[in-house]
Design a protein around this ligand. Structure first.
Ligand SMILES: [Zn+2]
Length: 207
Protein backbone atom coordinates (compact mmCIF):
# COMPACT_ATOMS: atom_id res chain seq x y z
CA UNK A 1 0.00 0.00 0.00
CA UNK A 2 1.45 3.35 -0.97
CA UNK A 3 1.68 6.07 1.61
CA UNK A 4 0.60 9.53 0.44
CA UNK A 5 3.49 11.95 0.20
CA UNK A 6 3.37 14.43 3.05
CA UNK A 7 3.69 18.03 1.92
CA UNK A 8 3.78 19.27 5.47
CA UNK A 9 4.72 22.88 6.02
CA UNK A 10 7.14 23.46 8.85
CA UNK A 11 5.73 26.13 11.12
CA UNK A 12 7.82 27.91 13.72
CA UNK A 13 6.68 28.71 17.21
CA UNK A 14 5.07 32.11 17.61
CA UNK A 15 7.76 34.52 18.77
CA UNK A 16 7.03 37.59 20.89
CA UNK A 17 8.81 40.90 20.33
CA UNK A 18 8.43 42.69 23.69
CA UNK A 19 7.03 46.22 23.73
CA UNK A 20 9.39 48.95 22.43
CA UNK A 21 11.98 46.48 21.13
CA UNK A 22 13.07 44.86 17.89
CA UNK A 23 14.72 41.81 16.39
CA UNK A 24 16.32 40.49 13.19
CA UNK A 25 16.24 37.04 11.58
CA UNK A 26 16.66 35.34 8.23
CA UNK A 27 13.89 34.30 5.90
CA UNK A 28 14.51 31.92 2.99
CA UNK A 29 13.00 32.22 -0.47
CA UNK A 30 9.55 30.59 -0.33
CA UNK A 31 9.11 31.09 3.42
CA UNK A 32 6.07 32.91 4.75
CA UNK A 33 6.35 35.49 7.54
CA UNK A 34 3.20 36.20 9.51
CA UNK A 35 3.24 39.40 11.59
CA UNK A 36 0.53 39.43 14.25
CA UNK A 37 -0.85 42.25 16.38
CA UNK A 38 -1.78 40.22 19.48
CA UNK A 39 -3.61 42.94 21.42
CA UNK A 40 -4.63 45.40 18.71
CA UNK A 41 -3.56 48.98 17.83
CA UNK A 42 0.16 48.15 17.71
CA UNK A 43 2.54 48.98 14.84
CA UNK A 44 5.45 46.77 13.68
CA UNK A 45 8.17 48.28 11.46
CA UNK A 46 9.48 45.78 8.92
CA UNK A 47 12.74 45.94 6.94
CA UNK A 48 14.12 43.49 4.37
CA UNK A 49 17.65 43.16 2.97
CA UNK A 50 18.93 40.70 0.37
CA UNK A 51 20.80 38.13 2.49
CA UNK A 52 23.43 37.71 -0.27
CA UNK A 53 24.04 41.44 -0.75
CA UNK A 54 22.71 43.85 1.86
CA UNK A 55 23.07 46.80 -0.53
CA UNK A 56 19.80 45.54 -2.01
CA UNK A 57 17.07 46.74 0.32
CA UNK A 58 13.33 47.24 0.53
CA UNK A 59 12.28 50.46 -1.27
CA UNK A 60 9.22 52.54 -0.47
CA UNK A 61 9.70 54.66 -3.60
CA UNK A 62 9.89 51.71 -6.01
CA UNK A 63 7.01 49.90 -4.31
CA UNK A 64 4.56 52.81 -4.22
CA UNK A 65 5.44 53.72 -7.81
CA UNK A 66 4.71 50.22 -9.11
CA UNK A 67 1.62 49.71 -6.91
CA UNK A 68 0.20 53.13 -7.93
CA UNK A 69 -1.20 53.52 -4.43
CA UNK A 70 0.10 54.31 -0.96
CA UNK A 71 -2.19 51.74 0.67
CA UNK A 72 -0.71 48.29 0.18
CA UNK A 73 -2.54 45.04 0.92
CA UNK A 74 -3.02 41.47 -0.33
CA UNK A 75 -1.64 41.03 -3.86
CA UNK A 76 0.91 43.83 -3.67
CA UNK A 77 4.67 43.23 -3.85
CA UNK A 78 7.30 45.03 -1.79
CA UNK A 79 10.15 45.86 -4.21
CA UNK A 80 13.85 46.43 -3.64
CA UNK A 81 15.89 49.44 -4.73
CA UNK A 82 16.85 47.22 -7.69
CA UNK A 83 13.19 46.80 -8.70
CA UNK A 84 13.01 43.14 -7.75
CA UNK A 85 10.13 41.79 -5.63
CA UNK A 86 11.40 40.96 -2.14
CA UNK A 87 8.15 40.17 -0.31
CA UNK A 88 4.62 39.58 -1.56
CA UNK A 89 1.65 40.33 0.70
CA UNK A 90 -0.41 37.13 0.57
CA UNK A 91 -2.87 37.75 3.41
CA UNK A 92 -3.98 40.86 5.27
CA UNK A 93 -6.80 41.08 7.82
CA UNK A 94 -6.37 44.85 8.37
CA UNK A 95 -5.88 46.60 5.02
CA UNK A 96 -4.23 49.70 6.44
CA UNK A 97 -0.45 49.98 6.70
CA UNK A 98 2.08 52.75 6.04
CA UNK A 99 5.09 52.87 3.72
CA UNK A 100 5.76 56.63 3.80
CA UNK A 101 7.31 57.31 7.20
CA UNK A 102 10.73 56.34 8.51
CA UNK A 103 11.25 54.39 11.75
CA UNK A 104 10.77 56.42 14.93
CA UNK A 105 14.06 57.44 16.58
CA UNK A 106 15.64 59.62 19.29
CA UNK A 107 15.19 62.56 16.94
CA UNK A 108 11.53 61.75 16.40
CA UNK A 109 11.05 61.97 20.16
CA UNK A 110 12.82 65.34 20.32
CA UNK A 111 10.66 66.61 17.45
CA UNK A 112 7.20 65.38 18.48
CA UNK A 113 7.46 64.53 22.18
CA UNK A 114 9.93 67.00 23.75
CA UNK A 115 8.39 66.49 27.22
CA UNK A 116 8.69 62.70 27.18
CA UNK A 117 11.75 60.66 28.04
CA UNK A 118 13.40 60.09 24.65
CA UNK A 119 13.64 56.53 23.37
CA UNK A 120 15.90 55.10 20.66
CA UNK A 121 12.72 53.97 18.96
CA UNK A 122 12.33 51.55 16.07
CA UNK A 123 15.39 53.04 14.37
CA UNK A 124 17.68 52.33 17.34
CA UNK A 125 16.13 48.91 17.88
CA UNK A 126 16.56 47.99 14.20
CA UNK A 127 20.14 49.32 14.11
CA UNK A 128 21.07 47.18 17.14
CA UNK A 129 19.34 44.06 15.79
CA UNK A 130 20.83 44.40 12.28
CA UNK A 131 24.39 45.21 13.37
CA UNK A 132 25.38 41.52 13.73
CA UNK A 133 24.26 41.05 10.10
CA UNK A 134 26.74 43.70 8.92
CA UNK A 135 24.10 46.38 8.33
CA UNK A 136 24.97 49.93 9.41
CA UNK A 137 22.45 52.54 10.68
CA UNK A 138 22.86 54.66 7.52
CA UNK A 139 21.69 51.68 5.44
CA UNK A 140 18.27 51.67 7.14
CA UNK A 141 15.59 52.87 4.71
CA UNK A 142 11.91 53.72 5.13
CA UNK A 143 10.31 50.70 6.80
CA UNK A 144 7.07 49.01 5.80
CA UNK A 145 5.04 49.90 8.88
CA UNK A 146 2.61 47.05 9.49
CA UNK A 147 -0.72 48.25 10.97
CA UNK A 148 0.37 51.94 10.99
CA UNK A 149 -2.57 54.20 10.14
CA UNK A 150 -1.51 57.31 8.19
CA UNK A 151 -4.49 58.81 6.36
CA UNK A 152 -3.74 61.52 3.77
CA UNK A 153 -5.94 64.45 2.76
CA UNK A 154 -6.01 64.02 -1.03
CA UNK A 155 -6.41 67.76 -1.64
CA UNK A 156 -3.85 69.27 0.70
CA UNK A 157 -1.47 66.32 1.12
CA UNK A 158 -1.68 66.78 4.90
CA UNK A 159 -1.06 63.52 6.72
CA UNK A 160 -2.06 62.36 10.19
CA UNK A 161 -0.80 59.54 12.38
CA UNK A 162 -3.88 57.94 13.93
CA UNK A 163 -4.25 54.82 16.10
CA UNK A 164 -4.05 51.59 14.07
CA UNK A 165 -7.37 50.05 13.05
CA UNK A 166 -5.98 46.56 13.82
CA UNK A 167 -7.81 44.47 16.44
CA UNK A 168 -6.36 41.75 18.68
CA UNK A 169 -5.20 38.82 16.53
CA UNK A 170 -5.11 40.69 13.24
CA UNK A 171 -2.20 39.80 10.99
CA UNK A 172 -0.43 40.34 7.69
CA UNK A 173 1.49 37.59 5.86
CA UNK A 174 4.40 37.99 3.43
CA UNK A 175 5.96 35.43 1.04
CA UNK A 176 9.73 35.82 0.56
CA UNK A 177 10.87 36.01 -3.07
CA UNK A 178 14.56 35.79 -2.19
CA UNK A 179 16.71 34.93 0.83
CA UNK A 180 16.31 37.86 3.20
CA UNK A 181 17.48 39.41 6.43
CA UNK A 182 14.40 40.81 8.14
CA UNK A 183 14.27 43.52 10.81
CA UNK A 184 11.03 43.74 12.81
CA UNK A 185 9.94 45.88 15.78
CA UNK A 186 7.18 46.57 18.24
CA UNK A 187 6.98 50.34 17.65
CA UNK A 188 7.86 52.79 20.42
CA UNK A 189 6.12 56.03 19.35
CA UNK A 190 3.01 56.99 21.38
CA UNK A 191 0.87 58.45 18.57
CA UNK A 192 1.44 55.51 16.20
CA UNK A 193 0.12 53.01 18.75
CA UNK A 194 -2.92 54.66 20.30
CA UNK A 195 -0.87 55.91 23.27
CA UNK A 196 0.14 52.50 24.71
CA UNK A 197 2.97 50.09 23.92
CA UNK A 198 2.20 46.45 23.25
CA UNK A 199 4.21 43.45 22.00
CA UNK A 200 4.19 42.10 18.44
CA UNK A 201 4.10 38.42 17.54
CA UNK A 202 5.49 36.71 14.45
CA UNK A 203 5.62 33.22 13.01
CA UNK A 204 7.50 31.72 10.07
CA UNK A 205 6.13 28.98 7.80
CA UNK A 206 9.10 27.38 6.07
CA UNK A 207 8.34 26.95 2.38
ZN1 LIG B 1 8.40 53.09 15.76
Amino acid sequence: MSVPLCRCVQVSETVEIPERSGTAFTLNQGDTLIVIDPRGEQVADLLAFNAEDVAEVISSGRTLDYAETIYLTTGHQLYSNRSRPMLGIIEDTVGRHDFLLTPCSYDTFHHFYPKLQPHRGCFGNLAAALEPHGILPDQIPTAFNCFMNVPIDGETGKLKVLPPISKAGDHIAFRAHMDLIIGLTACSAPDSNGGTFKPIHYRIERG
